[in-house]
Design a protein around this ligand. Structure first.
Ligand code: ADP
Ligand code: MG
Length: 380
């Protein structure tokens, strides 16, 4: 009953609004420093749905911790709106924030932050007391149960200092689960652990996701980040376009940021033409919603479907890189409307000039796609 998929309490908490479980709109944070105002987050707009497992990556200083602090209400934005589990977090006063956070969010930090003078069991009971949840007896039973789930049943009555780093982090995760919150937000939770211990902590997060929790995990470990189905990337306090990052993974973050700022977003109705055969190439496209179908025109004036591409996949690169006119036609699939983001030819070619690695990757993919095209072409 503690790790239930979706308790009634939570569906009420997140219900009532049509917004995502976590909804950030134009969130900015500027710190006052001796050198003046420093913008750590700049216009971050982001939606995360219930049950998602999202990793948050970016270089040191890119704003990851600031983002976690904003959406957990640990700190306040200087601009924009933050809605979490149906609550306008940016409007909460300090005392309401603490109670709200205690019920809705479990937060796990890099340095476990257990209270040294309380036993492990008492540490896990603490959030229940602070939020006045459960009776005293229930708190004890619940804390023991949670410690059992993270493999610490035998350590319950010890002080945190008697535990290894990995055990302390698992205790911190049990504490984060104390009030059965729908969201777990973690900032470099494995940053202070060896890889074997990090793995056991990762497993805990994955099992929380399986039980329907929404888990946000800041990490600088690309292998761990990749285990989340969705990765969001910060660069200089701004969000990179997720689909562009997927499409051009070896492009350096500063170039991705520049490209993100220059993207135009286009929508297409089901079946609508996006690229026409023999047209002058003018743009590079990345699918962001829905699917596009790639067709090769046949000599008898028909079309042959040769491929379908989904979010994070790109098209329109062949004629831009190789020169010449468009070889294939691209349409929105007949099932759903499609959204794409596009870069102009000029911006796209500049990017390739700046990143040889990205150019090489594209050349490989183009060779593969051209082989597909010629195979289809010769068999028709
Ligand atoms: P990350 O977690 O990605 O390493 P942070 O969110 O901690 O990045 O910090 C983003 C930027 O904001 C950094 O340049 C950092 O120096 C600055 N910063 C963070 N906290 C403060 C603060 N309290 N006062 C001034 N600058 C800060
Ligand atoms: Mg940080």
């Amino acid at each position: 009953m503690f790790w239930n998929r979706k308790s009634k309490k939570h569906s009420q908490l997140v219900g009532g609004e049509s917004t995502a479980l976590i909804d950030l709109r134009g969130v900015s944070k500027a710190y006052k420093t001796d050198a003046g105002r420093f913008t750590a987050l700049d216009g971050v707009t982001l939606q995360i749905g219930e049950g998602e497992f999202v990793s948050i990556v970016g270089k040191s200083g890119s704003g990851k911790t600031t983002l976690i602090n904003m959406l957990t209400g640990i700190d306040r934005p200087t601009g924009g709106e933050i809605h979490v589990a149906g609550t306008a977090v940016h409007h909460l006063n300090e005392s309401d924030t603490a109670t709200w956070r205690g019920k809705n969010l479990g937060v796990v930090f890099q340095f476990f932050q257990l209270l040294p003078t309380l036993t492990v069991l008492e540490n896990v009971m603490l959030p229940m007391g602070l939020c006045n949840m459960y009776t005293h007896q229930e708190r004890i039973e619940r804390a023991r149960h949670l410690l059992d789930l993270v493999g610490l049943a035998d350590e319950a009555d010890k002080l945190p200092s008697r535990l290894s780093g990995g055990q302390q982090q698992r205790a911190a995760i049990a504490r984060a689960m104390a009030n059965d919150p729908p969201i777990i937000a973690t900032d470099e939770p494995t940053g202070n652990l060896d890889s074997h211990t990090a793995e056991s902590v990762m497993h805990l997060f994955e099992s929380l996701v399986e039980q329907g929790k929404t888990v946000l995990m800041v990490t600088h470990d690309p292998d761990l980040a990749e285990r989340a189905p969705r990765t969001i990337t910060l660069a200089g306090g701004e969000l990179l376009n997720e689909h562009l990052v997927k499409a051009l993974p070896s492009l350096p973050h500063d170039l991705l940021l520049d490209a993100t700022r220059r993207l135009e977003t286009n929508q297409f109705a089901p079946g609508e033409m996006i690229i026409e055969h023999n047209a002058e190439p003018d743009k590079f496209y990345v699918v962001t919603k829905g699917d596009v179908d790639i067709y090769l025109p046949t000599p008898d004036g028909k079309e042959l479907l040769i491929d379908s591409l989904g979010p994070g996949q790109f098209f329109g690169e062949i004629a831009l890189v190789n020169g010449g006119l468009r070889t294939a036609q691209v349409r929105a699939s007949h099932v759903n409307p499609v959204e794409v983001v596009a870069l102009s030819k000029e911006v796209f070619l500049n990017i390739l000039q700046a990143s040889g690695e990205t150019l090489n990757e594209l050349v490989d993919i183009i060779a593969l796609r051209n082989r597909q095209l010629s195979m289809v072409g010769s068999s028709r």
